[in-house]
Design a protein around this ligand. Structure first.
Ligand code: GLY
Length: 399
């Protein structure tokens, strides 16, 4: 009896393995295994989002859902630009409803951010909101806000360090630069195109070059934070703020880097950035702790894996970055697209935020700051932003 059960278990195991192997093979050769209908998902997001903005009593900026309640951010918080950015993206996608009035209304909440100089996230905040609004409208008013904001961001650049300072934490760090800051460079590149002032481009180029040199380890994983000596401009400390440990692999940081270097290549055409983005992609896609469904654990070195929380935001950012990268490397295009598709299928099938139909949020299970036990395994707005962007990029790449 025991041996029959063993044989049956073994047969089932072999059957499952064969199914998986065949599934992967089919996926890697045809890219058609995972059926993903971006329009179906985008329509569903649009319906929810439209209900949410229509029923909101005032244009507050949602950040997350905790204990079933929406938490909002002030306009000065780094996540303030994501909802306006989502509205501009959906406005461009869905012309069956009047999205522009809402996109403008929510974007206006960030007007004062153009003068913000207390941290580095003006790219996330203004480029995602006013930047997308400017692309849609060509409004001179939007352009002026963006140019002022770029000046504010550039005020955090120090020519000795050659980078934009991320945070002001005297006593803890002298000149901290976080990997996330790669994402704010797109705004500086834009500022040179918009104003003709090449200094923004030069700052972004220097920042990206220094990040490649200082944030990355030999295995192409990256540190979250590098602190610089303000007198010498040299790195004096490398570690983490939101990851598990100084030497661990914080998933969202890896995703910011992948996305950021693909973007830096687009803006500069410097193959050094392209090669780096490809190396990051190879590292992440082949990492032994990447789960089968390709939604990363929040930190790839959490000893609780496989029971550690996933970070849906890291998956969405990585998928969007991979799709962009796929457009620059014909020989890896299919592998990147297939991988991103698998991520997007997983997200849309297994990580949806189940709530009332009207909601600013579509995806669940992101992790904000696990070491501080803040925002663990909840919906967070930037996951939705990059999810929408990835779906739109996927549609674009299939044309
Ligand atoms: N930029 C902050 C974060 O990724 O949590």
């Amino acid at each position: 009896m025991k041996s029959i059960r063993t044989i049956m278990n073994t047969s089932f195991y072999l059957f499952m393995c064969a199914t998986l192997i065949l599934g992967c093979k089919e996926n890697s050769t045809s890219g058609k295994t995972n059926q993903l209908d971006p329009d179906e998902i985008l329509s569903s997001i649009a319906d929810r989002l439209y209900g949410a903005v229509q029923s909101a009593s005032s244009p507050r900026l949602p950040r997350s859902v905790e204990d079933g309640k929406v938490r909002y951010t002030s306009s000065e918080g780094w996540t303030s630009g994501f909802l306006p950015g989502m509205l501009w993206m959906i406005a461009d996608y869905d012309n069956s409803r009047d999205w522009t009035q809402y996109a403008e209304l929510y974007t206006k909440q960030l007007e004062e951010v153009q003068y913000l100089t207390s941290h580095h996230d003006l790219g996330f905040m203004l480029y995602n909101s006013y930047g997308r609004g400017y692309t849609a409208s060509n409004s001179d008013i939007y352009k002026q806000v963006l140019v002022n904001g770029a000046k504010s961001l550039a005020s955090r650049y120090d020519s000795l360090v050659g980078m934009v300072k991320s945070w002001d934490r005297p006593g803890k760090w002298q000149y901290p630069v976080i990997i996330d800051n790669m994402m704010n460079l797109e705004y500086l590149f834009w500022a040179t195109r918009a104003t003709g002032d090449s200094s923004y481009y030069a700052m972004a180029l220097s920042h990206a070059t220094s990040t490649l040199r200082d944030h990355y380890r030999a295995d192409v994983s990256c540190y979250h934070v590098v602190d610089y000596d303000t007198l010498t401009g040299e790195p004096i400390w490398k570690g983490t703020h939101q990851g598990l440990a100084d030497e661990s692999i914080w998933a969202r940081g890896q995703a910011w880097g992948l996305y950021g270097f693909a973007m830096a290549y687009r803006e500069t055409e410097d193959v050094m950035f392209l090669e780096h983005a490809r190396r990051i992609a190879t590292f992440l896609m082949n990492h032994g702790q990447m789960p089968l469904d390709k939604v990363p654990y929040w930190d790839l070195e959490d000893p609780d894996i496989p029971n550690a929380p996933r970070d849906v935001s890291a998956a969405a950012i990585m998928a969007s970055g991979l799709i962009e990268l796929s457009t620059y490397v014909p020989e890896e295009r299919e592998a990147y697209i297939d991988y991103a598709m698998e991520m997007l299928v997983s997200l849309s099938e297994n990580y949806r935020y189940e709530s009332a139909s009207e909601s600013f949020f579509f995806l669940d299970q992101s992790v904000g700051n696990k070491p501080k036990n803040k925002e663990v395994s909840i919906p967070i707005i930037y996951a939705d932003y990059y999810f929408i962007e990835a779906l739109l990029r996927l549609k674009q790449s299939q044309i």
